[in-house]
Design a protein around this ligand. Structure first.
Ligand code: NAP
Ligand code: 3JN
Length: 349
């Protein structure tokens, strides 16, 4: 339980990264009641100044002693830093909202999407986990149609490069620039970007799609796919739910898209499904096929909601629907969801 205060001391671990930058924007936009904001990153960022709410704040190097006097830690410096440093933050009395996979499947750690399972936050022991971006945007529409009884989920993701961090955004920018210099891209075997320009992804990402996010596991799924499967079951509180996922990196800078097939126990027609989406908090329905209106990443970038469209019946099974789900992976998929969790924490304090 957090102590009620008028304003809170907040630390951001990984403040200089892609998710960290969104934390700075979102905390200011939502006027989170902050007394001190402490910005933490690696030795590389020592002394760098970042702007929060119009004011400069100097970045400090993350260490065991970084959390003195801090009430809330928002962490996005990677799973190994979370594992190493969050126990020190908890020890010094802070509540941590962790964006990494470090604690998500720990039975004692709540895994929370505020529109879906806010009750799970109760009884935390100092750490609350933020799910993976691809999981977050899928569980909102799943919760919306839950009353039909979820039987099986088949999801394919189309994930933007920003999901892999600031360095990967820069890598695609450089590849796009390199490609724009070429006279023609229509040659057989035209792998245009020189090998030296492919460093972070395993292949060229510009003008390509890569069916590989995070490492491959023994069962031939990638870790990103396994995270989606396990996290969805935990958040939906359906440990036996049949879920299968294919996660794909696409040459889009911001916002992830997903094709989601939902098999249900009871029939759910298109109009009912649309109505449920419309009424669900955090979802915007964009579904006017006759006017070519459907969710797309260029429209979701910088937005807070999860956008759902292309709702149609799956005629290959007795009860099922298909839908297309798009959200800004750095906002609802990461920083915004974490700030919403922090807002729940202070509301309940
Ligand atoms: P990023 O742009 O590469 O930023 C990484 C951040 O971590 C930077 O601020 C970096 O500081 C800091 N960092 C790295 N090594 C550190 C160290 N040894 N000590 C202290 N700080 C260190 O990556 P990102 O996209 O923001 O993602 C960061 C993490 O957030 C991911 O690894 C993942 O765990 C989580 N994430 C979660 C989601 C989600 O789906 N919810 C989405 C994206 C990311 P420097 O600038 O000083 O290097
Ligand atoms: O690649 C994406 O689109 C999402 C990436 C998320 C991510 C990247 C590095 C490490 C995670 C995550 O949130 O699961 C992690 C991690 O914490 O394991």
């Amino acid at each position: 339980m957090m102590k009620k205060k008028e304003k809170y001391n907040v630390a951001i671990m990984g403040a200089t990264g892609a998710v960290g930058s969104e934390f700075l924007k979102i905390l200011a936009e939502r006027k989170f009641p902050i007394d001190e904001l402490r910005l933490l990153a690696s030795e590389r960022s020592k002394g760098r100044k970042l702007i929060f709410d119009g004011k400069e704040i100097e970045v400090q190097v993350l260490g065991k002693d970084s959390f003195e006097g801090i009430d809330i830690v928002l962490s996005s410096a990677g799973a190994s830093r979370s594992k190493e440093f969050l126990p020190y933050a908890v020890k010094s009395g802070a509540v941590c909202v962790d964006n990494s996979s470090a604690f998500r499947m720990d039975e004692t750690v709540p895994l929370v999407v505020p529109e879906v399972n806010p009750h799970a936050i109760d009884g935390h022991s100092g750490i609350i986990a933020n799910p993976n971006c691809s999981t977050i945007q899928m569980v909102l529409p799943l919760k919306a149609v839950e009353e039909a009884g979820l039987k099986r989920i088949v999801v394919t993701t189309f994930q933007s490069v920003s999901g892999a961090g600031q360095g990967n955004i820069l890598e695609m920018e450089a590849q796009v620039e390199e490609l724009s210099k070429k006279e023609s891209h229509h040659k057989v075997g035209n792998h245009i970007v020189p090998e030296k320009m492919v460093s972070k992804f395993s292949h060229q990402i510009a003008c390509n799609v890569i069916p590989h996010i995070d490492v491959f596991e023994e069962d031939l799924y990638t870790k990103e796919e396994t995270k989606m499967i396990k996290e969805t079951r935990k958040i939906m509180e359906l440990p036996e739910l049949a879920v299968t996922a294919t996660c794909v990196r696409v040459p889009v800078y911001y916002a992830h898209s997903e094709s989601v097939n939902v098999e249900t126990e009871k029939k759910i027609d298109v109009e009912t499904a649309k109505g449920l989406m419309k009424d669900f908090p955090g979802i915007t329905l964009v579904d006017e096929p006759s006017e070519n209106k459907y969710p797309m990443p260029i429209n979701a970038e910088g937005e807070d909601d999860v956008f759902v469209g292309r709702i149609r019946e799956d005629a290959s099974i007795p009860n099922g629907i298909n839908m297309w789900v798009v959200a800004d992976n750095l906002r609802k998929g990461a920083a915004l969801n974490a700030v919403q969790i922090a807002e729940l924490l202070i509301k309940e304090a």
